[in-house]
Design a protein around this ligand. Structure first.
Ligand SMILES: *Cc1c(COP(=O)(O)O)cnc(C)c1O
Length: 364
């Protein structure tokens, strides 16, 4: 028998979340962001649930090839553009739209031989200070691109640093409005957080929104809002089974470092999931977990192949009982990935992306 651990990707939930995003930005086109192998879900596995998007955005050229191999003929956008000259050949061949965020990428385009001119997204650095032209350099970059025979259409793009938090998006919005004033072309600004929190403003929605995490059923601004608050459903479940049960007496400890000590008799379950499966090692005693769909807690340290859970609220749990590390349990109960992430001091994004290769993944 294979080790009793399994991840499941929920096609219907992907579809539902995409519809929720559309509801938030009804007049915008939607890029489904599928970078990092669709946030750990697997591009091929997520595709059916996301094919209702207007385009797919990602940053790895091999992933763009996979999207085309699935038969997708619509827009595909490289969010970081090309990394070297020959990447442009693939852009021409697969008709990829690509971000242009620096002069070196314009130089590459200027010497690229192509039959078909490219559609590019000119990126403005509106304060994040990762990629993009400074506001003062933006117009001259646009003018240079506009003069190239290799370029067909120029769209305008920026990315927010604080759409999920109290700083908000007003300052970068003002920078973007100023730098792009009277320039023609479609605009795209909003990630999930901006789309859900700020898209009542048409200028924020713009022509395209670029949701990633919301599509995968995690709240971009947890714990201020939960996924359920935003009407989002979990798209990934990580489930395993109890492989052993231990009866502890007061004073007994659990696991490496004996970090947990029972102060009363306690039944615990040993679960076939550890950090080598992508479950975060930083989760400690108290992290929520579902046993048979009933909420309980982790006790002791996460080890490579196992975690230990308190069985007090589930007295009938035994070897073979289902444990949901995150996502949806058999009885329909949910455990938000964001709650587990918070226990580990991180975000839902990281947990999804870190699902380990050794975990078998199914699609429902
Ligand atoms: C990853 C990414 C997104 C999606 O961000 P979420 O927070 O997952 O919605 C949007 N735009 C760009 C440029 C990105 O790199």
């Amino acid at each position: 028998m294979p080790r009793p651990i399994q991840a499941t990707i929920h096609t219907e939930a992907l579809r539902h979340n995409l519809a929720q995003v559309r509801r938030a930005a009804p007049d915008a086109k939607v890029w489904a962001v599928v970078k990092a192998n669709a946030y750990g879900h697997g591009i091929e596995r997520a595709f059916e649930g996301l094919r209702g998007a207007d385009g797919f955005a990602l940053l790895d050229l091999a992933e763009a090839e996979r999207v085309r191999a699935l038969g997708w003929r619509g827009p595909v956008l490289l969010l970081e553009g090309v990394f070297e000259q020959r990447d442009l050949e693939l852009c021409s061949r697969l008709e990829l739209w690509h971000t242009v965020h620096c002069d070196a990428q314009i130089d590459m385009l200027a010497t690229h031989k192509t039959q078909r001119p490219h559609r590019v997204f000119l990126k403005l650095n509106s304060g994040m200070n990762r990629l993009g032209f400074a506001p003062a350099a933006y117009r001259s970059a646009w003018t240079r691109l506009n003069a190239l025979p290799q370029v067909d259409e120029i769209s305008l793009m920026t990315h927010f640093s604080d759409a999920d938090g109290p700083r908000g998006i007003a300052p970068p919005m003002a920078v973007f409005a100023d730098a792009t004033r009277e320039l023609p072309g479609e605009r795209t600004l909003s990630n999930s957080a901006a789309t859900l929190r700020h898209a009542t403003d048409a200028a924020v929605r713009a022509d395209w929104v670029r949701p990633g995490i919301a599509v995968y059923g995690s709240a971009p601004d947890f714990p201020e809002h939960s996924a359920a608050d935003w009407g989002l459903q979990p798209t990934m479940t990580l489930a395993a089974k109890i492989i052993a049960v231990q009866q502890l007496q007061p004073g007994d400890t659990v696991g490496y470092g004996s970090s947990f000590t029972a102060d009363a008799p306690l039944r615990i379950g040993v679960v076939a999931c550890g950090y080598a499966d992508g479950y975060p090692r930083h989760c400690s005693t108290g992290t929520p977990v579902l046993v048979n769909g009933v909420r309980t807690r982790l006790v002791g340290r996460v080890s490579m192949d196992m975690v230990t859970v308190d069985l007090t609220p589930v007295p009938d749990a035994r070897q073979g009982t289902e444990v949901t590390l995150w996502g949806r349990a058999g009885n329909g109960a949910w455990l938000a990935i964001d709650e587990v992430a918070r226990s580990a001091g991180t975000v839902g994004y990281e947990l999804m992306c870190a699902l380990a290769q050794r975990v078998p993944v199914g699609v429902d």
